[in-house]
Design a binder for this molecule. Structure first.
Ligand code: GLC
Length: 478
């Protein structure tokens, strides 16, 4: 099957978060299953091509915003998987990843590229991701192209509202868009909503999230619409790359370790996980200025500081409650909301031997944290999938997470992690206390949990097959 995977960020060229990882690894897994899948993204100024060879394969002009606009189409291959990656270049609209004209222009450009056969290759399926490709399914219908569309929702909270003018710029008759009353009032078009209505199939990034988005609590105002569409919504859990060297990000991890035995692979000597984790923890404590000691449990948090999603409030309450006499250490890595940065900074300023807060995006430190921490805390209010719990488990680092979305689908309580049922600091604290208690007082049980985590299969193999089946179904319905 020929599939064009339309996405806004693509690791290793340009990445903001989990979506960029999925955009690299899912097409890679589908290629292994024999699919002819290719990605297409804007060619922002920030795109880093590195040593990848790129070729200009075509140029095109089309009307946008009442003027002729030119784009260039570049092609390269993914470094490991060799999945072809197309990039669209235009100075005015695609230099920076800023909404929303960029999306409108990008959506129009993708469809024009296909209409004019610039790729010299015609997709049978277009797979869009989140709001960024939201108007493509409608454009495909308007152009009457023989292509099926599939939308994957990675996060329903970000819907992409844009001024109505964008429809005019794209040459779309507003009558064709489902604009609800409140949106007419504010003169907005909702990119994600249009995608939900006009795509042939929808997936979410975990089975639980597929059910949650039908409820008022998680539906972000679109639950009624989604309920009407529930027949075409499927939940497929994301995977991760499980190649150890790739996941450890080159040389970031000081003391590489492997599941259960000490061994040598080429030039690298791997420790048993028990020794590896111990060395990495001591290294981390020194690096971050924490009290050094292998008998202090270390908990980390890695991620965007988004107060609406990531559970910053309940986590902060728990830390403050324990700040005077913590029986654990805590390291935060991530940036985002400035108010919350300030509040967390306060903790590390007053308790520098126990708390370390690092407000930045830093892949090296992230991998050192996966390797050196005993636990990773993921208190998200909602989590469509979440990849960090999977990466952490690959490192034998045990998640303590809210029982929601993909966290619920990938962690088994007391088996390979700890889940807390209610979104509040008491429920979280109970889980943290229990995890630390097992860590301190029942080493046999704790080591069993780590072994389970290390052995849990988070490779894409199973999920990529589910996507393949869905694609086949889509084409057989035509
Ligand atoms: C979004 C979601 C996250 C998911 C990722 C990749 O960032 O918030 O839960 O893992 O997309 O699908």
């Amino acid at each position: 099957m020929k599939i064009l995977f339309v996405v806004w960020e693509l690791d290793p060229f340009f990445k903001l978060g989990g979506l960029g990882d999925v955009a690299r690894s899912l097409p890679g897994a589908l290629k292994i299953l024999g699919e002819d899948i290719r990605t297409i993204t804007p060619y922002y100024k920030a795109v880093k091509m590195g040593r990848n060879k790129k070729t200009l394969i075509g140029k095109l002009s089309f009307e946008y915003g009442g003027r002729k606009q030119r784009i260039e189409v570049w092609k390269t291959n993914q470094p490991y998987t060799k999945v072809p990656a197309y990039f669209l270049k235009n100075k005015k609209y695609l230099d920076k990843a800023t909404p929303t004209d960029t999306w409108g222009f990008f959506n129009k450009a993708v469809v024009e590229v296909i209409k004019n056969n610039i790729l010299n290759w015609q997709p049978e399926i277009i797979h869009i991701n989140d709001r960024h490709g939201g108007l493509i399914p409608l454009l495909i219908k308007i152009e009457k192209l023989p292509i099926k569309t599939i939308l994957t929702i990675h996060n329903l909270a970000f819907q992409g509202q844009a001024k109505m003018k964008i429809l005019k710029d794209m040459g779309i008759d507003p009558e064709l868009c489902k604009i609800t009353k409140w949106e007419i009032k504010s003169r907005q078009v909702n990119f994600l909503m249009e995608a939900i209505i006009h795509s042939d199939t929808i997936t979410t990034v975990s089975p639980t999230y597929a059910k949650e988005i039908l409820t008022e609590e998680y539906g972000q105002g679109l639950n009624d619409l989604l309920k009407q569409m529930s027949g075409k919504i499927f939940g497929i859990l994301n995977g991760i790359d499980i190649d150890w060297r790739y996941t450890t990000h080159g040389t970031a991890v000081r003391y590489p370790y492997n599941s259960s035995e000490k061994k040598t692979d080429g030039k690298i000597e791997y420790y048993h996980w028990l020794d590896g984790k111990k060395h990495n923890k001591l290294f981390l404590q020194k690096k971050l200025g924490l009290k050094v000691g292998e008998n202090i449990p270390l908990i980390c948090f890695i991620g965007r500081l988004d107060p609406k999603q990531k559970g910053l409030d309940i986590l902060h309450t728990l830390l403050r409650r324990n700040a005077d006499k913590p029986n654990f250490q805590f390291v935060l890595l991530g940036d985002g909301d400035k108010n919350w940065e300030e509040r967390y900074k306060w903790l590390s300023t007053f308790y520098p031997k126990s708390f370390s807060c690092n407000f930045r995006f830093d892949e090296t430190l992230a991998h050192q944290l996966y390797a050196g921490s005993d636990f990773i805390v993921i208190p998200s209010l909602y989590e469509p999938c979440g990849l960090i719990q999977m990466i952490a488990m690959l490192f034998g680092t045990i998640p303590i997470a809210h029982k929601t979305g993909g966290l619920k689908d990938s962690i088994k309580d007391n088996y390979n992690g700890f889940l807390f049922p209610d979104y509040n600091s008491i429920s979280l604290e109970k889980s943290v206390t229990k995890a630390i208690d097992v860590w301190r007082n029942d080493r046999f049980e704790f080591e069993k949990i780590v072994e389970h985590a290390l052995k849990t299969d988070f490779s894409w193999t199973k999920s990529a097959k589910e996507y393949k089946v869905l694609y086949e179904k889509l084409l057989s319905n035509s």
